[in-house]
Design a protein around this ligand. Structure first.
Ligand code: ZN
Length: 415
């Protein structure tokens, strides 16, 4: 049967290399035969059976999807048992796509976590992870940021470096500590191969359907083990009431376990996005200090031109706070700025589907708090409540197609 064999885990200080070999039908799926994770600290004392977890979780969904086998020499027994439950949770989430395949460890190791600390938080700086931070900050979580898009460590990724710097600064300000890891996990499985062979039946991408959450949680495991941390927290990104299948789901994430009592908590799935905004705003008000977040889909900083930035600015305004205290640096009055963005970009923004989910929770708050707002906020709210987004989108699309007509035509004709 075709398989992937994890040949060797090589640790040198803070750098971990996983050398593996793929056979048969699996070969074309891999862009490399080495997965690497570079932590910020020495990992040489972490047992191999725990270090194997991130490799296994990064690769195993490909075995499930292709009915193949993953072989590893040693695996943490608790992690293995939890992986079976993770597998069933995924199968329930994707009933249209049979998940088969298996993993065969050569040896089970019963590691026991020596608990010294409560929490590690997978922290990206966005609204979800900030909400979870505020909810668990009494436990002084170790904030952990993972960057997975390195092809090699010599790659320069300024956005990733900026993210890591921001997390470190945030942790310092909050009086807790932080750590980070750089890895090639997101590029090990070839996107093109998955899109061609599996996506047509499966219906989702490798990254979104399986990879991101399984990688993030398990890359944190060796670090959590080393520090005796009981729970890995991952912030929910699917708001209550929104049906979505996604690798990061309450039913899948919550099943992960390691080293006896180590676990994973998928936090905040009972909240809608506006309740997360309220949680962060309430905390910011008690400190009286700015609380910069980075919610943007375009990394590095808030672009203040995309749907996510708009939605968050609107949500913050509904709670009557100055958005500039939260990392949105808009010079012009809000109404003027967004009116200008809509006239340039409405056709490209995805307001239609997202707005239905998020705006109903924001609009009542805008109305309730209207009287407490300053003139700039009131002008912005008046403009928003009267703006015809569907019309702007239609007109924007027409404008976009007129402008790019020949480019699109060329693309369609493969010229
Ligand atoms: Zn943005």
């Amino acid at each position: 049967m075709d398989s992937v064999i994890l040949k060797e885990i090589k640790v040198s200080g803070n750098h971990v290399d996983y050398h593996f070999e793929a056979t048969g039908i699996l070969k074309p799926y891999f862009s490399t035969n080495t997965l690497f994770i570079e932590y910020q600290e020495d990992m040489s004392m972490v047992p191999e059976s725990i270090l194997a977890a991130p490799f296994v979780a990064n690769i195993i969904p490909l075995m499930w999807a292709t009915n193949t086998i993953l072989w590893v020499k040693e695996l943490d027994h608790t992690f293995y048992e939890s992986l079976i439950r993770v597998y069933y949770a995924y199968q329930r989430m994707y009933p249209h796509f049979p998940l088969k395949g298996d993993i065969f460890p050569g040896k089970f190791i019963d590691n026991q976590l020596d608990v010294k600390r409560e929490s590690l938080l997978l922290y990206s700086g966005g609204l979800d992870s900030n909400c979870t931070y505020v909810r668990i900050r009494d436990t002084k979580p170790l904030l952990f940021n993972i960057q997975g898009w390195y092809k090699s460590l010599t790659d320069l990724d300024e956005a990733a470096d900026a993210d890591i710097r921001d997390v470190n600064n945030f942790a310092k300000r909050e009086g807790t500590d932080s750590s980070s890891a750089k890895s090639n996990f997101a590029v090990v499985v070839k996107r093109t191969e998955w899109e061609k062979k599996i996506r047509p039946q499966f219906g989702d991408s490798w990254w979104h359907g399986f990879n991101h959450s399984m990688a993030f949680i398990t890359i944190a495991m060796p670090l959590a083990y080393k520090h005796g941390i009981k729970n890995i927290y991952i912030a929910s990104s699917v708001p209550m009431g929104e049906y979505a299948t996604c690798a990061s789901h309450i039913t899948t994430d919550s099943e992960f376990r390691f080293a006896g009592v180590g676990g994973c908590i998928h936090d905040g799935a009972e909240l809608v996005r506006q309740e997360k905004v309220q949680t962060v705003v309430t905390y910011q008000k008690t400190t009286g200090k700015p609380y910069p977040m980075c919610v943007c889909s375009f990394k590095g900083h808030n672009c203040c031109e995309c749907e996510k930035c708009f939605r968050t600015v609107l949500g913050l305004t509904a709670e009557v706070v100055d958005i500039r205290d939260f990392g949105f640096y808009i010079d012009k009055p809000l109404k003027e700025h967004w009116d200008d963005v809509m006239s340039r970009r409405a056709g490209l923004l995805t307001f239609k589907s997202d707005s239905k989910v998020h705006w109903p929770y924001i609009i009542p708050r805008l109305k309730t708090n209207y009287d407490k707002m300053n003139q700039e906020q009131k002008d912005f709210v008046d403009w928003f409540l009267n703006f015809d987004f569907d019309k702007a989108r239609r007109e924007g699309l027409v404008k976009y197609y007129m402008k790019n007509f020949f480019k699109i035509l060329k693309k369609k004709l493969h010229l």
